[in-house]
Design a protein around this ligand. Structure first.
Ligand SMILES: Nc1ncnc2c1ncn2[C@@H]1O[C@H](COP(=O)(O)OP(=O)(O)OP(=O)(O)O)[C@@H](O)[C@H]1O
Length: 570
C-alpha cells in the first residue's frame, strides 16, 4: 500500500470528516432537548436546519471517500496482480509445472477477491468505525467521563476470544483458498479436455468429480460463515449489558438530581450509535485475518526466487559460430530418477545432429537443457565454450529458435502469432517467413488472411496449419541455433515436402539439433546420436550405424521411423 500513501491519507481525511459528523449528532440531541426543556423556540428551528446541513455534508464526503478508497484498493490489487504475473513469467518451468494452471489462476481471481473484500472493509468500515467510536467516546467523555470509563472497561473482555477466532479463521481461509485453487484447476482441466471427455463418454465421471468439489466448496464456506457469525452476537450481548448499565445509572442520576434527561438521552444515543461500529470491528478483525491468509498465499508466490536466473556476474552470450557441447551432463527431474547420465555430445557449429531413441530415452530433455528450461544437475552445457549457466538468459535464448510438436499459438491473429518470432518484424518479413514455411497458401485462402484470429490455443486451425505457423515463427526468428522436435504426423504429403524443403533451407548454416522421427531427416543429418536411458549408445552416420547392427539398426528394422509420405507418394 505504500505507493498509494497520498491517496490513503486523503481517504483517511475524508473518513475522519464522515466520522466527525456522526460524533456531532449526540451533541445536537442534547442541545435540542435541553432547549425544549428551557422552552427556547429559536434554537428549536435552528436544530433541524443544522441537521440537514450536516447530512448533506456527510453524504458528499461519504461519496468522495468511497471512490478514493476503492481506487486505493484496486490499485493495490493491480500491483499484486502484476507482481504475481511478473514472478510467474520468470519462475522456472519445473516450479511452474508443479502446480496445476488453475491453481495459479485462482490466486489472481479468488484470492485477490478475498484481499479486496478485506482491504475495502478495513479501509472503509474499519477506519470509519474506529474513528466513529473515537469521536463518540470523545463525546461521551465530554458528557460524563466516569460513566464512559466504566463502559470502556467492559469491551476489552471481547478481545481475547475474537483474537483466537481470528487466528482460527485465518487457517480455515487459507485452506479454503487452496481448495478453491484445486477446484479451479479441475474446471480448467475438464473444460480444456472437453474433446477427450466427450469422445470417451466421461461426462458422468467428470460430473461426479466436479460435484464433489462443489460440495466441498459449500462445506468450507459454511465453516467460514459459522466462525465469522460468532462475533456479532457476542458483541451484541456486550453492547446490551452496557446500555442496561447506562439506563440504570441515568435513571438514578436524574432522580438524584445529578444529571439532566437531556444528558442521559445524549449519552444513550452515543452508546447506541457506537454499538454497531463496535460490533462491526469485531467481525472486521476476522475478515481481516481471512484477507491476510490470501495475501500470504499471493506473497509466497511473489517472494519465490527462481532457481534458474542470471548469475550476478552473468555476461551476454558471445556467439561466434554456435558450437554446442554437452560435457558429461547428468540431469534428473525428480531426485533419484536420472533422465540423463554422463551425456556427452559435440554438435559442431552449423551441423545437424539427429537425436534418435526409444520413448523416454531423454531426447526432449537434451533440448530442454540448451535454453536452460532446466539446469543440468552435473556436467556442463556450453555454447562456443561458454557455460550456459554463466551467460544471461535473454542473450542465450535470443540465439535460438525452437519448434516443438505441441505448437503453442495464442488467441490472436496469424500475423501476431508468426511475429512472436521477432516482435518488430515488418509485414514483408512475416510474409516471407510464411512463404518459406509453406504456410502462405492456406493463410491467404482464409477470408481474413493474416488477420484471421486463430482461436483459443489455435484450435480454429488444423494441426498441420498450426505446425507451419510455428515453423514460420522460427524462420522469422532467424536464430543461429535451431532446436526441432520433428512432427510425426499432421501433414499431408504435399505440405510435408514443402515443410521439409523449408526446414532444409532453414537448417543451412545453423547448428541444428533435431529429435528425428523420419528416416529422411536422419539421413540428411551430419550425425545421428542414438540415445537410450539417458545415455549416448551410438554415434555416427546412418550407414555406419546400420552396419554396426546395434540399437539403431534394430530401431530401423522395427520401423521406428515414420513412413516417409513424400517417398511413399512418389
Ligand atoms: N517434467 C518432468 N518431470 C519428471 N520427469 C520427467 C519430466 N519430463 C520427462 N521426465 C522423465 O524423463 C525421462 C526422459 O524424458 P524425455 O521427455 O526427455 O524423453 P524422450 O526421449 O523425449 O521421449 P519421447 O520420445 O517419448 O518424447 C523420462 O523417463 C520421463 O519420464
Amino acid at each position: 500500500m505504500l505507493p498509494q500513501l497520498p491517496r490513503v491519507l486523503l481517504a483517511m481525511l475524508l473518513l475522519a470528516l464522515v466520522a466527525s459528523t456522526t460524533g456531532i449528532y449526540p451533541l445536537l440531541i442534547e442541545y435540542a432537548i435541553d432547549a425544549i426543556e428551557a422552552g427556547n423556540m429559536d434554537k428549536i428551528v435552528e436544530v433541524p436546519l443544522i441537521i440537514v446541513a450536516l447530512v448533506i455534508a456527510k453524504s458528499v464526503t461519504l461519496y468522495l471517500q468511497t471512490v478514493v478508497t476503492s481506487s486505493v484498493v484496486f490499485r493495490v490489487l493491480k500491483g499484486m496482480q502484476s507482481a504475481m504475473f511478473g514472478r510467474l513469467l520468470t519462475i522456472d518451468l519445473a516450479r511452474l509445472n508443479r502446480e496445476a494452471t488453475g491453481r495459479y489462476l485462482s490466486r489472481f481471481t479468488n484470492d485477490l477477491n478475498v484481499v479486496r473484500e478485506a482491504l475495502t472493509r478495513v479501509m472503509t468500515n474499519g477506519v470509519r468505525d474506529l474513528l466513529t467510536l473515537v469521536f463518540l467516546v470523545g463525546t461521551m467523555i465530554y458528557m460524563d467521563w466516569r460513566l464512559t470509563l466504566g463502559i470502556l472497561a467492559i469491551y476489552p473482555l471481547a478481545i481475547v476470544p475474537i483474537n483466537a477466532l481470528g487466528k482460527r479463521m485465518r487457517r480455515v481461509s487459507a485452506d479454503t483458498q487452496s481448495y478453491v485453487g484445486d477446484m479451479t484447476a479441475l474446471l480448467n482441466e475438464s473444460l480444456s479436455g472437453a474433446r477427450m471427455v466427450k469422445t470417451f463418454g466421461l461426462e458422468d465421471y467428470e460430473n461426479k468429480r466436479a460435484n464433489s468439489f462443489f460440495e466441498g466448496f459449500y462445506r468450507w464456506n459454511m465453516k467460514l460463515v459459522r466462525g465469522r457469525s460468532l462475533v456479532d452476537p457476542g458483541m451484541e450481548i456486550l453492547g446490551g449489558v452496557a446500555v442496561a448499565g447506562v439506563v440504570a445509572y441515568g435513571i438514578w442520576s436524574v432522580f438524584a438530581g445529578v444529571g439532566s434527561v437531556g444528558s442521559l438521552m445524549g449519552f444513550l444515543s452515543a452508546l447506541l450509535l457506537g454499538a454497531a461500529p463496535a460490533r462491526a470491528l469485531g467481525t472486521l478483525h476476522v475478515v481481516f485475518q481471512e484477507g491476510m491468509a490470501a495475501v500470504q498465499r499471493v506473497f509466497d508466490l511473489v517472494d519465490e526466487v527462481p532457481a534458474i536466473r542470471d548469475r550476478a556476474d552473468a555476461r551476454p552470450l558471445d556467439l561466434e559460430k554456435g558450437h554446442v557441447r554437452f560435457a558429461d551432463v547428468g540431469f534428473e527431474y525428480e531426485p533419484g530418477a536420472p533422465a540423463l547420465s554422463a551425456f556427452s555430445l559435440d554438435v559442431a557449429a552449423g551441423s545437424t545432429v539427429a537425436l534418435v531413441g526409444p520413448s523416454g530415452a531423454g531426447k526432449s530433455t537434451v533440448i530442454n537443457l540448451i535454453p536452460r528450461l532446466y539446469d543440468a544437475t552435473s556436467g556442463a552445457v556450453t555454447i562456443d565454450g561458454q557455460d550456459v549457466k554463466d551467460v544471461t538468459l535473454a542473450s542465450l535464448r535470443r540465439e535460438m529458435a525452437i519448434v516443438s510438436q505441441d505448437v503453442t499459438l495464442f488467441n490472436d491473429t496469424v500475423r501476431a502469432n508468426i511475429a512472436f518470432g521477432k516482435l518488430d518484424a515488418t509485414d514483408d518479413e512475416i510474409r516471407a517467413a510464411a512463404r518459406a514455411a509453406a504456410a502462405e497458401e492456406f493463410i491467404t485462402a482464409m477470408p481474413e488472411g493474416y488477420e484471421t484470429v486463430v482461436g483459443d490455443r489455435g484450435l480454429k486451425l488444423s494441426g498441420g496449419q498450426r505446425q507451419r505457423i510455428a515453423l514460420a515463427r522460427a524462420i522469422l526468428r532467424d536464430a543461429p541455433i535451431l532446436l526441432l522436435d520433428e512432427a510425426t504426423s499432421a501433414l499431408d504429403a504435399e505440405s510435408e515436402r514443402k515443410v521439409q524443403d523449408a526446414l532444409e533451407t532453414l537448417r543451412h548454416g545453423r547448428t541444428t539439433i533435431v529429435i528425428a522421427h523420419r528416416l529422411a531427416t536422419v539421413r540428411e543429418a551430419d550425425m545421428i546420436c542414438v540415445m537410450d536411458q539417458g545415455r549416448v549408445v551410438e554415434l555416427g552416420s546412418h550407414d555406419d550405424l546400420v552396419a554396426a547392427d546395434g540399437l539403431y539398426a534394430r530401431l530401423c528394422k522395427m520401423q521406428y521411423f515414420a513412413e516417409d509420405k513424400v517417398e511413399a507418394a512418389q
